[in-house]
Ligand binder design. Structure first.
Ligand code: MN3
Length: 201
């Protein structure tokens, strides 16, 4: 089943410079992401879980997952989404239906951006900031610890930002807010619109 292999990046390791450096991207993909996959497979290889999508495993709920599947399954899917929602041609403003939803929910794109950046900056320790669709179908901004994601709590993520130090430390050291503001230049809003449309279908 092809879902349990390391996805190729849709661009080269140096394509996101200067916002994210090539060395960070390479280590992040080949070691961190690959490590989550390897450790997830140790848990589920040979079981029926291999027959279902890894997001489906997450959506069983954080409390229903073993710590190893929660951490490594989360790590595996979170990074797969993260690579996809970035692009060397990213940045700018949202497009499609999700653009209207963002305005309707948060007032303005800038207000949404501030809320999301704040969630990313204030997540203590390692984790992720998210734009997701909550259980009632509304857009929501939040953050999760470690490799948790909104799917583990009844939501559907459509945009995620990795704020683990491994995602930025080589280039930004302790300046997480600088990494966050640079990252907005990479957001692939067409991909986010696709995720939104798929999640609300
Ligand atoms: Mn990471």
């Amino acid at each position: 089943m092809g879902e349990y292999k390391l996805p190729e990046l849709p661009y080269s390791y140096d394509a996101l410079e200067p916002h994210i450096d090539a060395r960070t991207m390479e280590i992040h993909h080949t070691r961190h992401h690959n490590g989550y996959l390897t450790n997830l497979l140790k848990q589920i290889e040979g079981t029926d879980d291999m027959k279902v999508c890894p997001w489906t495993i997450c959506s069983r709920g954080a409390d229903n997952l073993s710590p190893a599947v929660r951490n490594n399954g989360g790590g595996f899917v979170n990074h797969a989404l993260f690579w996809e929602i970035m692009s060397p041609d990213g940045g700018g403003e949202p497009v499609g239906k999700v653009a209207d939803e963002i305005k309707g929910t948060f007032g303005t794109f800038e207000a949404f951006k501030d809320k999301f950046s704040n969630a990313a900056a204030t997540r203590f320790g390692s984790g992720w900031a998210w734009l997701f669709i909550d259980g009632s179908g509304k857009l929501e901004v939040g953050s999760t610890a470690n490799q948790d994601n909104p799917a583990m709590f009844g939501g559907k993520p459509i945009l995620g930002l990795d704020v683990w130090e491994h995602a930025y430390y080589l280039h930004y050291q302790n300046r997480r807010p600088d990494y966050i503001s640079a990252w907005w230049n990479l957001v692939n809003w067409e991909k986010v619109a696709e995720y939104y449309d798929r999640a609300t279908k």
